[in-house]
Design a protein around this ligand. Sequence first.
Ligand SMILES: Nc1nc2c(ncn2[C@@H]2O[C@H](COP(=O)(O)OP(=O)(O)OP(=O)(O)O)[C@@H](O)[C@H]2O)c(=O)[nH]1
Ligand SMILES: [Mg+2]
Length: 216
Amino acid sequence: MKIVAAKKLLKANDRLAAENRKKLSAAGVVCVNIVGSPGAGKTTLLEALFAALGGRARPAVIEGDIAGAIDAERIERLGVPVVQINTDGACHLDAGMIAAALADLDLEAVDLLFIENVGNLVCTAGFDLGEQLRVVVLSTVEGDDKAVKYPAIFQGSDALVITKADLLRHTNFDPARITADYLRLAPDGRVFQVCATTGDGIPPVVQWLGGDRHET
Ligand SMILES: Nc1nc2c(ncn2[C@@H]2O[C@H](COP(=O)(O)OP(=O)(O)OP(=O)(O)O)[C@@H](O)[C@H]2O)c(=O)[nH]1
Ligand SMILES: [Mg+2]
């Protein structure tokens, strides 16, 4: 019987992630790993970002889902290149899956590559994909205690996007509380509050992502 220790698998993942990172930076691509619970609003955020980018940067997307291509179809409708990964039950993407998806993208034609991870606040935390930026999406209907309860995904991330801000008045979600908890875990992290369905609060996210650097 062969037993492969989890530590060994993670080491292999880290090696592949480093290769992905090298390949992406050689092509001048900024890669953003978007993580958050199922339904937090990750795909809607991408749709809002692409609307706000207005062609200034050339985006592409890798969609991670356990099954189906619903999100990839949403992205495709916007004319953005997209590759769908089906994990077949796995609760997170890994660097090997991303390496395979990168082979299906023309990286020379991409400025910003978004990876929408499988909806999950736990498993996604353990796997570096080779991204430059990790963005956690948390909606106002999920509760403001999530940074304390699920610290690993927030720890060392580059930004927290609080979405569904339009629903704030219907909840007891306290943006100040989650911001304070988040900054304890990611002192250099940025915090944005948006409503992705209307586009409110989206321009500062675009600016932070460097969208303004790609004026055409
Ligand atoms: N009111 C409101 N609804 C939103 C907002 N953003 C997303 N939604 C809704 O929330 C639901 C889930 O949004 P998605 O963007 O599909 O969520 P997701 O995180 O991509 O979901 P998975 O890919 O399944 O993990 C949809 O019905 C969206 O219309 C928002 O800012 N305000
Ligand atoms: Mg989605």
